[in-house]
Design a protein around this ligand. Sequence first.
Ligand code: PMP
Length: 411
Amino acid sequence: MGALWHPFSDMGAVTQNGEFVVARGEGVYVWDTEGRRYLDATAGLWFANVGHGRQELADVAAKQMRDIAAYYTFGDVATPATVELAERLSSIAPMKDTKVFFTSGGSDSIDTALKLARRYWHEQGKPGKNIVIGRERAYHGTHVGGTALAGIPGNREGYGSLMPDAATVTWDSADALRAEISRIGADKIAAFFCEPVIGAGGVYPPPDGYLAEVRKVCRDNDILFVADEVITGYGRIGGAWFASTRFDLDPDMITTAKGLTSGYLPMGAVLIAGHIAEPFFKPGVWWRHGYTYSGHATSAAVALANLDIVEREDLLSSAARLESTLDKEVSTLAVHPAVAEVRSGFGAVAAVQMADAADVFPMIRLLRKHGVSGRAVGAGGLQISPALTMTDSEVSEMVAGFDEALRELQG
Ligand code: PMP
């Protein structure tokens, strides 16, 4: 066994069973180092929205690297690609006069939004509004703040107290949010963080009317609404660039990453509504926050080219079609006794929930045997989040792979 320590892993088991080393990708397929081909059911880690192996993204990166690979954007410094990408994101964001703060990934975006929400209230003369509320099952990355804010208890074990002033409510009830607000006091609450569709926590689409209701509760109580669209952003939700657009959420901030570059290079962005940014754009106000790679030139150039592909190939419409195809096809897997339920129907994401969580890792091995690269999601689930380019016949091939794996699992 080599030196690589895998994130989110049982390294003892990996040491025993070996690694799955992916060497190449093309469209919805990846190949391991032995040359075996797999249909990628998850688009990497929900990120490869335009599919793998796009030469034009490699070419754009190479050109930008030859011009200047990276500079920095602290103070008054920028690169042309960074400036252009900010304008582009502002133009597709659903809020008015959106400002764009770049990060290196989703966890950074969450940390940025969290600090910005608190600092916003400080600037408004309300420094007591510091508490952030998240939901059970929510995943907001693994920085200290995001780990505290998220609703996955296992991820919080063994660190002592992570971040004061974080609270958690159930994931599916606006009444629970109302009750928590009256318990804490709205004058102490900075923001509510909400994934429009819970992703890594197990793919849980929102109950009917939930999003509109919690949005209103936040507005009524002067609590910022932060939509965590690290998964749902840039088209995965179908029909629009953001779930916030599709559901008319008009959030105060949107946290993003993944689909911004389709994962070709790491990059995240926080989209900030003009009225939240406004107090920070006055002369003399400093915000001492940012990352070495905020607005990284090559990442920004690749992001622009990636968004061009999404537009040119109308992948927002493809995602909407995929939503209904997945909903129809993946739900057929529910007939297997080993499957407890299938969750789908909201964007190009789904989960196959195993009746026995212990079957998840054997299933992942069986999926690979049947030509599908899959992964665990939530507690006892298998993730489905294909590239938005996936065709109907590729969906059928993916579902057939699941079907064969489930048959073999049940013997
Ligand atoms: N928020 C959400 C909703 C996510 O799904 C993720 C990553 N899966 C993150 C934040 C963290 O992003 P990253 O892993 O890029 O830090």
